[in-house]
Design a protein around this ligand. Structure first.
Ligand code: SF4
Length: 771
C-alpha cells in the first residue's frame, strides 16, 4: 500500500515546498560566473531562449539571450527559474519509504527493490499490471527512450504521459483534419495576419511571449477577436470580445461557419482543390444559426455574425486556441470546428494564415511525437498500424510481436489502479495527485498500489506516496532537444552536473532495463546517441526528424520539423549515419494546399453539438472553470518552491462576478466554499468584473486543501481521453467557521514565511550526499 508514511507536516518540514532560503554567504547573483550556458526556459511550451550563469557547478543567475522566438524577453517564471537549481528541497539520494518516513538507501538497494517488485507483480498479474506514467518536461531524447523502455524493458502496454492532460485534443483534431499534429505556422507568421481569432486561451498569462506577436499584428491593423468565459488580459485589448459560456465553444464555431457559408464568404477554389467532406459539414451547420448559438453560448447573435465576418473577410487570418477549448469532453470536436472554419475560408497554408494550438507544457510538442503516448510509436506513428509497428520494430531490432499494443491513457491508468487491475507504477516527472481531475479519487487509487517507484527531482505530493524514490535530473543537469509550441526543435544544454547522488533520468532508465535483463536494447553512451536513433525511428512518420542533427539545431537556432530525407539512400538506409541532412525544415505547413493525408487533401469533419458531460441544475447552478496564473506552472512542483513567484500569487482564490457575489451575499476576500459532485473546497473570494456572472474560476496549481482538482470531473473526451477540466457544475456558499479555520491553515501552510538559513551550500550538500 502506497499510503503516506508519516504525518504531512513532517513531510513538508523535510521536503518542502520551502519558499525562503538562503545559502551560506547569501545569494551571489553579482558574482562573476565561470561559465555562461545558452539554453532554454524549463517551463512552458514557448521555450524561450535564456543564458544561465554558472559558478562552481551551480546556476547562480541568468542573462537574456537573443533567441529568435523571444529576443531576450522572459516572463516572471523564466526570470526566476534559476532559483531552483540550488534549492534545499532538491532530492539528492535514493530513498525508501519506512513507517516513520523516507530513509536514505543506496542506488543498488533502490534499483534492486524496484526491479524485484516489477518482476513480482508482472509474474503474478501479467505484464500490463505494471504501468508507467511520464511527463513532457522530459526532452525529446527521454520521451523517445521512455516509449521504448516501457515497451521493451517493462514490456507493458500501459504507458501514458501528462500531455494527456494538455494538448491531446489538439493533437487528435489536427491529425483528423490535416494528417499531422503541429502548429501550422512559426509564430513569425502571426504579425502578418489581418484578423486573429483567439478562443479558449489566456495568452497573456499562459503564453506571455506570444502576446507580443499578437500585438504586432494588431499594431499593423489586424482585428483581434477573443472568445473566453473570462475577460482574460488579452481579451481586454480585443476589438471584439465574446464572453461565451463554458463548454459552448463548438456551438459558437458552428454558427460562425453557418454565417460564412450563408453569406458567401467561403473559398470555393480552395475547398475544391485541397479538401474533402465540405458538403456534409455544410449540411450539418445549416440550422446552426447565430440565434441558436446565442442561446447556448450566452453571446449575442450579432457578435457571432461580426466575428464570422471579420475572420472570413480579412485577407489573412489565424485561429489560436489552447486548453480552454481543448480541456473538454468534446475537446476534439472543438478543434475540428476550428479546422472547418479555416478550411472553408482557405485561411491556412499561406503567409499570415493558419490554425494552431498554443502548446502548454515545456516539451508538450516534442513529447507528443515520439512514443510515450499509450497509442503511439516514434514519428507520431500509430501503435495499432501493422506497417508502423513493423518499421519501428526493425529500428529497435525486435520482432514486431514484442511491441505491446495500445494501452490505457493517463486517467484510465488511474482508474485501473483504483479498480485493482494495475498493481504497480513507475512514474517520472508527473504529479497526478495535483494534476488529474477528482483528486480524492486519485489519492484513493495511489493508496491501492502494491508498489510505486518515482523518478523526480523534488518530492511532489504524488511522490510522497512512493515506496522508492530515485533522484533524477533537473532541466539544466542534462542535455538534449525539445520542440517548442511552434514546432521548432531546439537544443537544451547542460549547465551543471546532477548534485549529490542524483543521476540523469536516461541513465536511471538504462540501469533498470539492464537489471530487467533487457539491457541489450539500450546501449547508449550519451543522449546524442538516443537522438540519432530517434531520427531513424521517426523517418517516414509525419513527425519526421531524420534530417535534423544536434549541430544543425545549434547552428540555425532551431529547426522546424518535418525535416525528412531528400535522397533515396536516406529513405532506405538502416543506419542513422547515412541519413541526409539537406532538408531545411518546415516553418509553415500546408503551403500550396498540400496536407498530410495520403491524398494530400485536408478533411472537413462533421461536428454535432453536444452538451458538456455535466451541466448546471438546481443543486449545482453555476459553471466552474479552472486555469492558470502567470507566476505558477502546472502542478506547481517547481514554481511553488520559488518564493518570489509564490509572493506574486500565494494561494488560489475563487473568482466571481460582483452580481453573483451580491446575489450570494459574498464580499471580496470572504471565505467561501465551492461544492461539486466530487468534493468541496474553501478559498477566499475574489470579486472581479472580468468573468461571466454564471461562472466561477479557480486556478489549479495547488495541492491538498487548496486543490481545484478536488472539484473537477473525470469525464473524458472519447477520442483524445482528455479530462473535462474546464466545465463542471458547482454551487458556492459562505464557508462555515470550521471551513474557514481549515482554509486559513491551508493558506498558512502554502505560504510558510520562515526563512531557512542553510548550513551547507549545494556544493557541500553534494559532497555530504555522496559520502
Ligand atoms: S515560462 Fe514560458 S513564456 Fe515564460 S520565460 Fe519560460 S518559456 Fe518563456
Amino acid at each position: 500500500m502506497a499510503q503516506l508514511p508519516q504525518d504531512p507536516e513532517r513531510l513538508k518540514d523535510r521536503f518542502g515546498p520551502t519558499l525562503k532560503y538562503s545559502p551560506p554567504g547569501g545569494f551571489r547573483t553579482d558574482a562573476v560566473p565561470d561559465k555562461l550556458v545558452d539554453t532554454h526556459c524549463c517551463f512552458c511550451g514557448q521555450q524561450c531562449g535564456i543564458t544561465l550563469k554558472v559558478l562552481d557547478n551551480q546556476v547562480v543567475g541568468f542573462e537574456p539571450r537573443d533567441f529568435p522566438f523571444n529576443e531576450g524577453k522572459l516572463c516572471p517564471k523564466g526570470i526566476k527559474r534559476y532559483l531552483q537549481g540550488s534549492h534545499p528541497d532538491r532530492l539528492l539520494t535514493p530513498m525508501k519509504r519506512t513507517p516513520e518516513g523516507f530513509a536514505r538507501i543506496s542506488w543498488d538497494e533502490a534499483l534492486c527493490e524496484t526491479v524485484a517488485k516489477i518482476k513480482e507483480i508482472q509474474e503474478r498479474h501479467g505484464k500490463d499490471a505494471f504501468a508507467m506514467l511520464s511527463g513532457v518536461s522530459l526532452n525529446n531524447e527521454k520521451s523517445y527512450l521512455v516509449g521504448k523502455f516501457a515497451r521493451l524493458a517493462l514490456q507493458t502496454a500501459n504507458l501514458d504521459y501528462n500531455g494527456r492532460l494538455c494538448m491531446v485534443s489538439a493533437g487528435a483534431g489536427n491529425k483528423k483534419a490535416y494528417g499531422i499534429d503541429r502548429a501550422s505556422n512559426s509564430w513569425a507568421d502571426i504579425p502578418k495576419a489581418k484578423a486573429i481569432f483567439v478562443i479558449g486561451s489566456n495568452v497573456a498569462e499562459c503564453a506571455p511571449i506570444t502576446t507580443r506577436y499578437i500585438w504586432s499584428a494588431r499594431d499593423a491593423g489586424a482585428k483581434l477577436i477573443v472568445a473566453d468565459p473570462r475577460m482574460v488580459p488579452g481579451a481586454r485589448t480585443a476589438d471584439l470580445y465574446l464572453p461565451l459560456r463554458p463548454g459552448s465553444d463548438s456551438a459558437l464555431l458552428m454558427a460562425m461557419l453557418h454565417v460564412v457559408i450563408r453569406d458567401g464568404l467561403t473559398d470555393p477554389a480552395f475547398i475544391r482543390d485541397h479538401t474533402s467532406g465540405f458538403e456534409a459539414v455544410a449540411e450539418s451547420v445549416k440550422d446552426a444559426t447565430p440565434e441558436w448559438a446565442a442561446e447556448l453560448c450566452g453571446v449575442p447573435a450579432a457578435k457571432i455574425e461580426q466575428a464570422a465576418h471579420w475572420y472570413a473577410e480579412a485577407e489573412t487570418a489565424m485561429i489560436l486556441h489552447a486548453r480552454g477549448l481543448e480541456h473538454q469532453s468534446k475537446g476534439v470536436d472543438n478543434v475540428l470546428a476550428c479546422a472547418n472554419l479555416a478550411l472553408a475560408t482557405g485561411k491556412i497554408g499561406r503567409e499570415g494564415c493558419g490554425h494552431s494550438t498554443i502548446t502548454g507544457q515545456g516539451n508538450g510538442q516534442g513529447g507528443r511525437e515520439h512514443g510515450h503516448k499509450c497509442d503511439q510509436l516514434p514519428g507520431n506513428r500509430d501503435i495499432t498500424n501493422p506497417e508502423h509497428r513493423a518499421y519501428v520494430a526493425g529500428v529497435w531490432g525486435v520482432d514486431e510481436a514484442e511491441i505491446p499494443g495500445k494501452g490505457l491513457s493517463a486517467q484510465e491508468i488511474m482508474e485501473a489502479i483504483h479498480r485493482g487491475e494495475i498493481k504497480g507504477l513507475l512514474s517520472i516527472c508527473f504529479n497526478p495527485l495535483v494534476s488529474l481531475p477528482d483528486a480524492t479519487f486519485t489519492r484513493e487509487a495511489l493508496d491501492r498500489l502494491e508498489h510505486y517507484t518515482v523518478i523526480d527531482f523534488f518530492l511532489s505530493e504524488t511522490a510522497q506516496h512512493a515506496d522508492v524514490v530515485l533522484p533524477g535530473s533537473l532541466h539544466e543537469e542534462d542535455e538534449g532537444t525539445a520542440t517548442s509550441a511552434e514546432g521548432r526543435v531546439i537544443k537544451i544544454n547542460a549547465a551543471v552536473t546532477p548534485p549529490g547522488e542524483a543521476r540523469r533520468d536516461w541513465e536511471i532508465l538504462l540501469d533498470i532495463a539492464e537489471r530487467l535483463g533487457r539491457g541489450r536494447y539500450f546501449r547508449y553512451e550519451n543522449a546524442e546517441q538516443i537522438f540519432n536513433e530517434l531520427r531513424l525511428a521517426s523517418r517516414g512518420g509525419t513527425a519526421d526528424y531524420s534530417g535534423i542533427t544536434w549541430a544543425k539545431v545549434v547552428e540555425n537556432q532551431g529547426i522546424f520539423w518535418p525535416c525528412p530525407q531528400t535522397t533515396e539512400e536516406g529513405e532506405r538506409t538502416p543506419d542513422w549515419r547515412a541519413l541526409d541532412t539537406a532538408h531545411p525544415g518546415t516553418p509553415r505547413l500546408y503551403e500550396g494546399g498540400r496536407f498530410y493525408h495520403p491524398d494530400g487533401r485536408a478533411r472537413f469533419n462533421v461536428v454535432n453539438w453536444r452538451a458538456p458531460a455535466e451541466v448546471v441544475d438546481d443543486a449545482y447552478p453555476l459553471w466552474l472553470t479552472t486555469g492558470r496564473v502567470i507566476s505558477q506552472y502546472l502542478s506547481g512542483t517547481q514554481t511553488r518552491r520559488i518564493g518570489p513567484l509564490v509572493d506574486q500569487y500565494p494561494f488560489p482564490r475563487l473568482e466571481l462576478h460582483p452580481r453573483l457575489a451580491e446575489a450570494l451575499g459574498i464580499q471580496d476576500g470572504q471565505w467561501v466554499t465551492t461544492l461539486t459532485r466530487r468534493g468541496r473546497l474553501t478559498l477566499r473570494a475574489q470579486v472581479v468584473k472580468t468573468i461571466r456572472p454564471d461562472t466561477v474560476f479557480i486556478p489549479y496549481h495547488w495541492a491538498g486543501d487548496l486543490s481545484a482538482n478536488v472539484l473537477t470531473n473525470r469525464a473524458l473526451d472519447p477520442v483524445s481521453k482528455i479530462p473535462e477540466y474546464k466545465v463542471s457544475a458547482c454551487r458556492v456558499q459562505p464557508a462555515t467557521p470550521e471551513e474557514v479555520a481549515r482554509g486559513e491553515r491551508a493558506e498558512a501552510d502554502a505560504y510558510r514565511q520562515e526563512p531557512i538559513q542553510l548550513e551547507l551550500g549545494l556544493a557541500d550538500r553534494r559532497k555530504e550526499a555522496s559520502r
